[in-house]
Each structure stands twice: as structure tokens, then as C-alpha cells.
Design a protein around this ligand. Sequence first.
Ligand code: DQQ
Length: 541
Amino acid sequence: LHEGQPYRTSYHFQPSKNWMNDPNGPMYYKGVYHLFYQHNPFAATFGDQIVWAHSVSYDLINWIHLNNAIEPSEPYDINSCWSGSATILPGEKPVILYTGIDENKHQVQNLATPKDLSDPFLREWIKYPQNPVITPPNGVEVDNFRDPSTAWLGKDGKWRVIIGAQNGDEGKVILFQSDDFFNWTVDPNPFYATDKTGVCECPDFFPVFIHGRNGVDTSVQNPSVRHVAKISYLSRQHDYYFVGKYVDDQELFIPDTNFTGTSLDLRYDYGKFYASKTFFDHQKHRRILWGWINESDSTQDDIDKGWAGLQSIPRQVWLDETGKRLIQWPIEDVEKLRGEQISINGEKLESGSRIEVSGITASQADIEVIYEMPELENAELIDSDSVDPQLLCSQEYASSCGTIGPFGLSVLASEDLIEQTEISFHIYKAPTRYVGLMCSDQSRSSLRKDLDKTTYGAFFDIDPRLKTISLRVLIDHSIVESFGEEGRVCITSRVYPSLAIGKDAHLFVFNKGTQSISLSKLNAWSMNKAQINNEKALDCS
Ligand code: DQQ
């Protein structure tokens, strides 16, 4: 299974071959989850004939790949069908809005609807004859106007949609309104704008409950919700989000914080995670987030291995108790894949200790660790507002070890640790509080050259009243998704070990700090393979 393809995953969404990038139009419709995605059917690299590929699922984990839903065919999308979203109109009628690269290479927005609503898989989609329904307005570059969001309905009965754009080096999110979803009028005031950021891609806008973990449907507006705006900045290759207040009768979104371009900005994920999109799962009352996880190897590697691009495990997202940031957690459905389990309870990790967790498939695993909150008073001092956490994590490895940390997991490790990806915590004392630093260190992930081995890091608040610090890591051959503090800090990375492959991958728990750390609980599971197949293959099986 993995001989010739040591980096293909066993339970992450990916097409059978070739290139994949953004998740498109994710939706739940009549018992079936749909994921469309940007796909190059002809090569393992991005191309000039990008289509909307289409897969369906009953649990967001096991998938059936169908035929492409939307392909370049008309003057308004002849040069590619780029990203967009789905909206469920009243009467349970799904509709897709997507960006077409037209015959003049302008970016225009087009409508498509299912050919047959009685087909549970909605295999075929029909393009609206009067496409495009939205063309670039004044003040927007015609080749930087794309990625319509899911639409929402205002109290005035008008639809709203936001679209990413650029004008000079100003990034803009433009709002359009419509009574009938066919005729759209531009709002002259940008919904959101930032200077010196370049184009805003894949904007998303959705409500979240102030209390609880349930998701909220996109059009809900009442005192029990706050709103989240998300932007993918091409110039940064990161997904940023802003929590704030939506004043709908003024079409005004007032974020709690503005984009600063520093590590103080809120990101869904502080590793590799881009062009993400949420949808409301009204079967289980969840807001679900998909993120495109690109490769960290070279283009030639992608051509040689014949594929490129993964999607993250879908995450449920909700507002944390402070109301200031989101919490993300792998959907519980992934736990169905858990196989044999190893547990370690009440172990003391002395300074310099390292324990191997053996007995599970360390290259395909789900790990949850709970550390007891250590004594904090002799934590090293730091001014976390003036230090870049990613830089600190990179120096971390180089510098001597600290007092409280780094402690954590070595994953996809060779037996002699010459290859390992280190997920760790380090606790510091800042002027007025304690801060945690979470690192995902790819610098020693592989002996192979010409890989992007960037180390990622992020700060998170430590509440000394809490008795524990938690870490969850999903490992799947060439992707490591780490969730710190029950999903308050997420870091995703791609690694391509040359030794720590398949059964030669090992898992260790370690403490390099001078202060011992108590491991209150560690559970590690082997993960079984998800069923992700082409429908055609299923037909003849
Ligand atoms: N990828 C799509 C664009 C979008 C970009 C093209 C974000 O629509 O802006 O594949 O990764």
C-alpha cells in the first residue's frame, strides 16, 4: 500500500491522483455531505484548466469520488473554474457561485444548479444561461476578483455575498446584494479592506454562538451570536480571522481587532493551512471548517509521486469562553477509525527523559496527551508581545533547553531520532501572565534535501488555575495536525521522512526542560484506513 507511495495518507481527503487545492462549496444536503475542490485532472501541478471536482460522504471521513461537477466550457469560464461556495436557498435548493476565468482572463462570478435534485449525489450541475451574474466592479482589478462566499439572507429579505478582490496593494472584500440571486448590486463601501496586504482570497463570513459549541446557520443574526470574517492573504499564504459584530442594516462588520501583519493576528492554523472554508452542518448542528494543506516538497517531487495537496481533517469550530477567539477540534467522526490503543497514566517525565510509545502504528495514529500543570514560578521570563513565536521555536532547537519545556512528542521519528518532527510546549512568565509556546519543529523531519522544513510556532494563554495542559496530534504519513490546549492553538505541517516510514516510524514522549513534568494521561491509537474511492471503482466491485 505504501511501498511506492510512502507519503500518501490513509485517512485524509485526497483525490486518487494529480493536483488538488482549495475546498469548494462544502455543504450538507439531504443526508449527504458534499465536498467540491479545485483540481487539475491532467497533472500533479496547478494548471490552466482547473475544474470543480466532486466527492460525497455520509460521515465526512469516508468518501466517494464522482465525476467533475463543473468544468471549463463557456466563454465565461473557458480558462478555468476557480473557487466559490454553495448556498442552500429556501425550499432546499442548492446553488453554487463560482469564479470563471473568462475568454479575456477576467474573473467573473457564475451560477450553477443541480440538474436533478432527486439524485442523492447531485452528480450533474447546470450552468445558468445568463452567466456571468457578477462582473468586476469599478475599483477592482479584473484579474483579482474571485471566490464568492456562501450567501446570507438579511432581515430585509435581500441576499448578501462577499468576494475577494484587490486594488493596487489594497486587499478588499466586496459585498454584493440581490433580491433574486440572479441580479446583483455592488455595495460601494468595501465590506473589509486592508492596506499593503495584496489580494484577499476565499473570504468567509459566518455567525458563531456566544455560548456553547453548536454551529449556527449562515443567515442567523441575533444577540446570541457574534460574527467571524476570514480572509486568505495570498501575500502571506495564511488564513486570518476576525471576531466581531455585524451591524446588518448598515452592512457593517466591526472586528474586535484589526489586521496588524504580526504574530498577534488570529490565524486558524499557525502551520500550513490555506484557502479554508466553513459550512453549516444542520444534521449535527456544527460549523465545519475545511482547509487545503499544500505540499512542502518540490514540484518535481509532486510530479514524481503523481499527486499534490491534502485537505485537513474537517474541524468543528466554535467560540471560546472569552468570546475572543475560535476553538477548533477534529470532528468526532474521525474517532471511528481508532484501532488498537496504548495508554500511559501518571508517568513522571524527569528532565531529559524520553519514553517510546510502542505498540501502535506510529505513522498512522491519533494521540491525546494530558500534562499536569507544572509549578510555574520559576518559568523563564519573556515579553511575548515583542517576540515572534515562530522564531523562538526555530531558535529553541538551537538554544539550550528551558526550565519548563520544551516537553511534548517526537512523531514520525526514526529509532535513532536522526529524523523526527517535534511537537512541543514551553511555558514562560510574561509581565502580567503566563504564556505557553507551542512549536511544531520540522527542521529534523527528514534527511532528504529540497523540502520546506520551516518550523512553526504560536503563543497561547496559560490559565494557572487550570490543572492541565493538553495536546492532540493526528499523524498520517506526511501530515501532522497538532491541537494545543483543546484546540485553541492549531499547527499543521507536512513532512517527508526517508527513514521514519510505515512500520519504521516511532513515537516518543519527552521532556527536555530542567523541571520535571507529570504526564497525567497519554492515549495513542492506531488509525484504520478511511474508505476513499472512485465511484467507478465501486460500481464494478
Ligand atoms: N485558489 C483558487 C482561487 C483562489 C486561490 C484557484 C486560493 O480561486 O483565490 O485555484 O488558493
